[in-house]
Design a protein around this ligand. Structure first.
Ligand SMILES: Nc1nc2c(c(=O)[nH]1)N[C@H]1C(S)=C(S)[C@@H](COP(=O)(O)O)O[C@H]1N2
Ligand SMILES: [Mo]
Length: 548
């Protein structure tokens, strides 16, 4: 068979109902039903094949879950809230049901169009494939092979629909021929019977195989738990030592940044297009380079060293003055110096190059990692739970006082003891300094630019940080007035930001607010504005506020 003859017979069929007989109208309706069914069988084969491949590449790349989570992410907040209001905890089931209904309708339309206007049906399946690939590949936690299940699924779907479409067109053409010939023609009836059986056999076998393979794959996937499920199952031991939070550590000012940044609000910066999946069961940390003994630690080895709590404020070198690439968390971890001590670094080494499973590297001064008074840690927990996947699950580094790109390697796999002369981290060859301590800085959280303030008493407030040194003073200047000392929150430690606030009697009009901090060494925040490259922004934040 070739496409030419197929199209010809389909056109044949299209002109047939002109005769308007009751029989041909029924025949036409039956044709549509069969065409819609062929679309559904094609879609079923698509999903089954994709889920089967997903069994190999990881559950979250299966099209059902991938497209479902994609929809969850892109759906507007009001729709999400409405779904939760109406369906409660069944909102996910409702989502999947909606998805199934929509996909079914699209598949039926594809089947009908493939009968009437081939290859439009195939094009629709192809477009669905592209959408599913986009959804799967952009999921957090997606592996590099995430595109494979929907791609294979789409190819299978297209082949099935193409085969069924051709057979259906032949069947309908044979039906029309046998009608024209009248019941007297045994040969035409015979041909029609052959084509009918051909269509039904392919459709039936494909549908049955799809159900078997699809259900089997879903069962298999459930058994091979995804990295998210693996993370959920991780039970971290309790910290031996927790960090006491002093009274007054948090100021009560509406609009101020909370002392602790929720994991879901914590800034995320990395080069990973898709978040690496690292199973702690297979994870190990290699420590090598200029050491007496290369060592390898498993996740359990690390936990057995004993976990303590640390409160450390992380900052990204890309944070602009007044920016939000800074966050504070309670970390659960082990001091890096304990691990380095086991390997015993050589004298002459001055740097540790930490490496991620994704190839990212950071150059950290060895001295920062061995300093008894500095809590550089390998973290496994963040704000009371295992590290979120996006923040480096299962193990990352956190070093107080150093920008993330030279210290905070996520999805950590290796520590190589070396020298700055010999090695460099990921960003060093890309225009950033090899060493980069965090610059003393302060930020105004409230009032916000563009949000008018009412006349009368209000509060100006924000955060300030000088990790490892601590903040001693924050001053605010309104217009050309004097610098006024802000009230500071009680610091948790010197590695953590503090909140600050100042009472202000706001008068009608536009006002300029400027903030600057001083650290415990007496160093005043640098006034000169500098860009983020090569070693972090500087300057005083200035905002314009409209009152009235
Ligand atoms: N593997 C890996 N780790 C990384 C990075 C990265 O790109 N890849 N970026 C670093 C940078 S620049 C920063 S500021 C911090 C950010 O950590 P967060 O995303 O948990 O806030 O991670 C660091 N660790
Ligand atoms: Mo960063």
């Amino acid at each position: 068979m070739n496409d030419q003859s197929d199209k010809a017979s389909a056109d044949d069929n299209a002109s047939e109902p002109d005769k308007g007989s009751e029989r041909s109208r029924t025949g036409r309706r039956a044709g549509w039903v069969r065409a819609a069914a062929s679309g559904l069988v094609g879609a079923g084969a698509f999903v089954a094949a994709a889920e089967l491949i997903a069994l190999v590449t990881g559950q979250r790349s299966g099209p059902v879950v991938a497209v479902g989570s994609f929809v969850i992410d892109i759906v507007p907040r009001w729709a999400k809230e409405l779904a939760i209001d109406v369906f409660g905890s069944n909102d996910k089931f409702f989502l999947l049901l909606t998805l199934a209904v929509v996909s079914g309708v699209v598949a039926a339309i594809a089947g009908i169009l493939e009968l009437m206007r081939p290859p439009i049906g195939l094009v629709i399946v192809g477009v669905a494939g592209v959408v599913a690939i986009a959804a799967a590949a952009t999921r957090a936690g997606a592996s590099a092979l995430a595109f494979a299940p929907p791609a294979v699924g789409a190819v299978v779907g297209i082949l099935v629909l193409r085969t069924l479409g051709r057979r259906l067109r032949r069947w309908i053409a044979a039906q029309a021929a046998s009608q024209r010939a009248g019941t007297a023609s045994g040969a035409a009836a015979l041909a029609q019977g052959v084509d009918r059986r051909g269509f039904l056999a392919v459709a039936g076998i494909t549908a049955a195989a799809s159900v078997l393979i699809g259900v089997g794959s879903l069962v298999g996937q459930a058994a091979a738990a995804s990295i998210r499920e693996i993370r959920r199952a991780v039970k971290l031991p309790h910290p031996r030592k927790t960090v006491p939070i002093p009274d007054g550590a948090e100021l009560n000012v509406p609009g101020i940044t909370p002392l602790f940044t929720a994991n879901s609000d914590f800034y995320r910066v990395d080069t990973a297009l898709t978040v690496p999946s690292v199973d702690p069961a297979g994870w190990s940390l290699m420590v090598d380079g200029m050491v007496d003994r290369s060592i390898r630690l498993s996740f359990d080895d690390l936990l057995e060293m004993g976990l303590d709590e640390y409160v450390i404020t992380m900052t990204c070198v890309s944070n602009q003055v007044g920016g939000d690439l800074v966050g504070n968390a309670r970390w659960l971890g082990v001091p890096v110096r304990q691990i380095l001590a086991m390997a015993s670094p050589h004298t002459g080494a001055d740097m540790v190059l930490s490496r991620s499973v994704d190839g990212f590297t950071a150059s950290t001064p060895l001295a920062s990692l061995t300093d008894e008074k500095l809590d550089a840690i390998l973290a496994v927990g963040m704000n009371g739970e295992p590290l979120p996947l996006e923040h480096g699950f299962p193990v990352r580094m956190v070093v107080p006082g150093l920008y993330g790109y030279v210290s905070a390697t996520k999805w950590l796999s290796k520590l190589s003891v070396t020298t700055f002369a010999k090695d460099a981290g990921y960003w060093t060859s890309r225009g950033y300094s090899a060493k980069a301590p965090i610059k003393l800085s302060s930020r105004i959280d409230t009032p916000r630019i563009g949000k008018a303030v009412a006349v009368g008493p209000t509060k100006i407030a924000g955060v300030a940080w000088a990790q490892t040194v601590g903040i001693s003073r924050v001053e605010v200047r309104v217009d050309d007035g004097p610098w006024q000392n802000a009230t500071l929150s009680k610091p948790v430690n010197d590695d953590t930001w503090v909140q600050w606030m100042l009472d202000w009697n706001a008068r009608e009009g536009n006002h300029t607010l400027v903030v600057r901090a001083t650290d415990k060494n007496g160093t005043v925040q640098e006034k000169t504005r500098r860009p983020v490259a090569p070693n972090g922004s500087s300057g005083w934040q200035q905002t314009l506020v409209r009152v009235g």
